[in-house]
Design a protein around this ligand. Structure first.
Ligand code: ZN
Ligand code: ZN
Length: 326
């Protein structure tokens, strides 16, 4: 099949060349000359449109993936809004459970000083979480100054085509350069940078504290609720078995009321959510505390790691590891 195609393509190419040769001559028919001129003009137009001195395989791959990059950037931007709503809904659900399910239980059992301590600590922690989260999502991370200035610029951003100061990185989701960029946080729908890093870290810290407080404080309630749910399951199973055996003809009264069942499930949900968030966010908070103690951001951690390896291969050490100053 390939042989047949090459047999056809060979004469076709020869005909085209003959036509072009005829077109160059003045005696050829005007129609043919016009066609040849249009063909040449089209070729020059196409080359001038596609000409790029920086062109290469990387540019071609970038151009081919551009729609996918656009889709990912926009989807992540929208996911950011969803994540922020999720944080607000989950935090509100924990607060609602604490007020509706935990408070009536501890009011009956706790002493007054213990109640006061829990009341003041929990509200103090909640206010700090809300304050730092609000500040983290609303405070801009900091952008390089525009226009003429005397600030020392170390490089040019390839995306913004603009000079950028030290420790500045381009965020592809925000589509702009960010001062002392740490990362783009989908849970904040904002970049973590020079001006809101403290709010981000404080939010992580106080949220971890709150989750540890909730999971530790509700451990006894969780155990009782979990045991009640297991007992409820066993009773339901026995009831089904009894119906199957037809040992009685009257439906027995429910062991737990609807409110009790919902309270048990809410307490189990509270404990599982708070414990898992405490573990995950606690690890993240510790990691960021280590980075802060080293004077590095998450991005600089990777850059410095690479630089350290590169210099180690040459038998040298990084002069000031992590001590990148702004
Ligand atoms: Zn940029
Ligand atoms: Zn960003």
């Amino acid at each position: 099949m390939r042989g047949q195609w090459s047999l056809l393509l060979g004469p076709a190419r020869l005909c085209l060349r003959l036509l072009l040769l005829l077109g160059y001559r003045r005696r050829c028919p005007p129609l043919l000359r016009g066609l040849v001129q249009r063909w040449r003009y089209g070729k020059v137009c196409l080359r001038s449109l596609l000409y790029n001195s920086f062109g290469g395989s990387d540019t071609a791959v970038d151009a081919a993936f551009e729609p996918i990059y656009w889709l990912v950037d926009n989807v992540i931007r929208w996911f950011g809004v969803v994540f922020v709503v999720l944080v607000i809904v989950l935090t509100s659900s924990i607060v609602a459970i604490a007020y509706l399910c935990v408070l009536p239980l501890i009011l009956r059992t706790y002493s007054v000083p213990r109640l006061c301590w829990h009341f003041f600590y929990s509200h103090w922690n909640l206010i700090l979480i809300v304050f730092h989260y609000y500040q983290a999502i609303t405070t801009p991370p900091g952008y390089p100054p525009q226009g003429r200035n005397d600030i020392a610029m170390v490089s040019i951003c390839k995306k913004c085509i603009y000079p950028k100061p030290a420790r500045t990185h381009h965020c592809s989701i925000c589509n702009r350069c960010v001062l002392k960029m740490d990362h783009h946080c989908p849970w904040l729908n904002n970049c973590v940078g020079h001006y809101n890093h403290r709010y981000f870290f404080s939010f992580c810290f106080f949220m971890t504290l709150g989750c540890v407080y909730c999971s530790y404080g509700s451990w006894d309630l969780f155990r009782e609720a979990y045991a009640a749910i297991e007992k409820m399951k066993q009773l339901d199973k026995n009831k089904l078995q009894a119906v199957a055996n037809q040992t009685y003809h009257q439906t027995p009264p429910p062991t737990f009321s609807f409110r009790e069942r919902m309270t048990h499930k809410s307490l189990v949900y509270l404990w599982f959510l708070c414990s898992s968030v405490a573990l995950a966010l606690g690890a993240l908070t510790v990691w960021h505390a280590v980075l802060i103690s080293r004077g590095e951001t998450s991005i600089e951690r990777h850059i410095n790691k690479k630089e350290r390896r590169r210099l180690q291969a040459k038998g040298r050490a990084l002069a000031y590891p992590g001590a990148v100053t702004f």
